[in-house]
Design a protein around this ligand. Structure first.
Ligand SMILES: NC(=O)c1ccc[n+]([C@@H]2O[C@H](COP(=O)([O-])OP(=O)(O)OC[C@H]3O[C@@H](n4cnc5c(N)ncnc54)[C@H](OP(=O)(O)O)[C@@H]3O)[C@@H](O)[C@H]2O)c1
Length: 300
């Protein structure tokens, strides 16, 4: 690789921020891009793509939820002289039915299943897969990251406000997940952006241990001394509550669909991407909790 900067699209977000920090630690020049960054970049405004890609050697791409990274983007990247792209995707997008609610086996429920919910299941998966295809066919050196559920959903993401309020209400029953620490996802991204040997790899990533929501919340409660509990709710109640908090119907359905694999036990699987990419085991959920608590994530 040359000394040209790495463009980090979504560089102010949960994974992008950590990728930026990791690249800087290695002395790599970084160009942070997003709608609010100095280098303005908007997936929904093609006129912002060319200036961001100018003079860049490699790209880390965080796609917008439900919107695929397109062939126009990868084509422009190639013509701009980009050599390498690392795409953030998600675990399970290649498995048919992975994000379905599991009601298909039940004839009656299947008939009742409304179109909005089915659209939610489709949207996230379809856009990630389309983006993966665009990247694979781009002629660039590509690496695809497929992480499972992020541990940082508890400390920076969707679950944070509920935890601070003392009650996390999710439609996952006693389902467990091998939550992956974003420090690991970012470390794999940085390796793929800066080292040889990762081109053409799809890294499916998870943490080393499946924890159910009751255990996860208990570990956070233990580390913080806050009284917090997990309350299982139905999918319909979950989406209704998200709507009350101001989320659009589409976003509420996307989140509900994303949680289906946890309820169905699919996210309890351990994936080996961190070990394959970095030659070490992924960080445990307990390490994430300890570090996030020390950083004041749940001080409120
Ligand atoms: N949460 C999970 O457990 C999980 C698991 C697997 C995969 N994923 C995938 O991870 C991705 C989200 O990654 P993340 O958590 O790092 O993101 P994030 O924390 O939600 O941050 C989103 C980033 O994208 C930027 N952004 C938002 N809208 C944009 C637009 N229109 N054009 C350009 N940039 C835009 C934001 O900055 P500005 O606001 O300044 O634009 C921000 O930098 C999603 O594709 C999701 O499917 C999530």
């Amino acid at each position: 690789m040359t000394n040209e900067p790495v463009l980090v699209i979504g560089g102010t977000g949960k994974t992008g921020r950590r990728v930026v920090a990791g690249l800087k630690e290695r002395g790599v020049a970084v160009r942070v891009a997003s709608r609010s960054s100095e280098q303005r970049f908007d997936w929904l405004d093609e006129s912002t793509w060319g200036p961001a890609l100018e003079g860049v050697g490699a790209v880390y791409a965080v796609p917008l939820e439900g919107v695929a990274v397109s062939r126009s983007f990868t084509g422009l990247a190639r013509r701009s002289g980009v050599e390498r792209i690392v795409l953030l995707s998600a675990r399970g997008v290649d498995v048919p039915g992975y994000y379905e609610d599991g009601a298909a086996a039940d004839e009656e429920k299947s008939e009742e299943k409304n179109e909005e919910r089915a659209a939610g299941e489709e949207a996230g998966v379809a856009s990630h897969l389309q983006g993966e295809h665009a990247v694979r066919d781009s002629g660039l050196e590509w690496t695809i990251l497929r992480p499972g559920w992020f541990a940082q959903n508890f400390s920076e993401g969707l679950f944070l406000d509920a935890l601070l309020a003392g009650e996390l209400r999710l439609p996952v029953a006693d389902g467990a997940a091998t939550f992956v620490d974003l420090e690991d996802v970012a470390a794999v991204a940085v390796a793929a952006l800066t080292e040889d040997g990762h081109a053409g790899q799809v890294y499916e990533m998870s943490g080393p241990r499946a924890v159910n929501l009751e255990t996860a919340v208990a570990e956070i409660a233990g580390a913080t001394g806050r009284p917090i509990r997990y309350v299982p709710v139905t999918v319909d109640r979950f989406t209704a509550e998200l709507r009350q908090e101001g989320l659009s119907a589409e976003d509420a359905q996307l989140w509900a669909a994303a949680l289906n694999p946890i309820r169905r036990g699919l996210e309890a699987k351990v994936s080996d991407g961190v070990r394959r990419a970095l030659g070490r085991d992924p960080r445990d959920f307990a390490e994430f909790v300890k570090d996030a608590a020390a950083a004041g994530a749940w001080r409120g």
